[in-house]
Design a protein around this ligand. Sequence first.
Ligand SMILES: Cc1cc2nc3c(=O)[nH]c(=O)nc-3n(C[C@H](O)[C@H](O)[C@H](O)COP(=O)(O)OP(=O)(O)OC[C@H]3O[C@@H](n4cnc5c(N)ncnc54)[C@H](O)[C@@H]3O)c2cc1C
Length: 377
Amino acid sequence: MVVGPAADVVIVGGGVAGGVLALALRELSASVTIVDAPAQDAVQASSRTQVCSASALSYGALPGWPLAPTPLARMAAGASKHWRRLQGRHGALGWRPCRLRVHGAAAGLRAVSAWWPLPFAQVDSAVLMARLPLILAAAGVTCRSARVEQLNREPTAGWMLHLSDGTSLRAPQLVLAAGAHCRHLWPALPSRLRSSWAAALELPSYPAVLGSAAAWLPLSFGRVGLERRAASLSQPEWLVDGGLVPWAAGALLGQHTLVRPGLELGAPPPPVEVERQLRQGLEAQSWGASLATLPGGLRQAAVSFCSQGVPLVGALPEAPGLWVFTGFSAGFSQVPVLAPLVAQALVSGGSRAEAALRRLHQLGLGQPNLAGADRCP
Ligand SMILES: Cc1cc2nc3c(=O)[nH]c(=O)nc-3n(C[C@H](O)[C@H](O)[C@H](O)COP(=O)(O)OP(=O)(O)OC[C@H]3O[C@@H](n4cnc5c(N)ncnc54)[C@H](O)[C@@H]3O)c2cc1C
């Protein structure tokens, strides 16, 4: 059964990428449908672990300075301005200024722990993910809770989506924003798009030993180096980054990252083992030792990333009408600055669409299938 009239754009995935892109499309008066797989509770071994989207597990950190010497990183440093604008328009999305304390050792230097003097903010991902469905509905986005099982190209133009509830959906333009699951839907995506399993501990309250609420982040995340090495791995590698952010009424603590060789995501690693590694990893760091035994539940998420750090954003010319919006290393900074450009390129037409595409190309985006793109720095 084919359900409903086709929206101008159908987005697969209701995380930060799909959700913020849908809001940008509505600002251009396009009709939008989001199809998002229902949340899944996985009960494994003796522990109850929640498997959620990457967006629901994110620290939501928004550094107000560029993290790399690239035009995209410079744009992403201004993400707070976009979140503030979105909050002004739609109501609370979890954005707030936040104090930042950094810890750890830079190469060859002694360990530091200091308040960071540059502007910093955070999107509380618990607030964002609770509010997003309400905000999308109020903005006129149609939301379907179902898993897209299969995509088929229509004989004339557009796409037919086959959903887990037995229905089908027609899509003149289709955007894959399904994070680590995009490749499952379209296996021919470039090999620089990869996936990992992440985990963090959900603490019921902010640790009193840390004083008033602030984000505590390492000077550098080992995860970034592991993602860069992903293409050369011959066996699975995992590591623990020590960080903590205020989250809901409590905090998110630590970040366990598992990257497997190859392009397949595979099943989530056993939660009992992951929690043991995460707590041991925290204990081994002078900063995290006193926090490692705090009570808290493990949350796991599949995360997409691009091994060269440049996200996968744009149309796939070999599949007319199919776009990708994924592979973000810092989705909370990159998505809000890119979504308005992608929305313009998708639905504005004429010179405005061309201008948006030109801007995306200047940022090194917009042609995700080019052979050279796999080698792009
Ligand atoms: C522990 C941790 C900390 C992080 N900290 C930061 C940070 O401080 N700052 C930052 O910018 N980024 C951070 N990130 C990264 C950030 O979370 C991601 O870049 C971002 O959430 C990616 O969003 P997304 O919408 O692309 O993917 P997701 O949030 O994974 O959303 C994908 C959605 O697609 C849906 N889906 C998948 N398959 C299907 C299907 N077949 N049919 C329908 N729906 C489907 C899923 O259900 C999901 O809702 C962190 C990540 C982790 C794990």
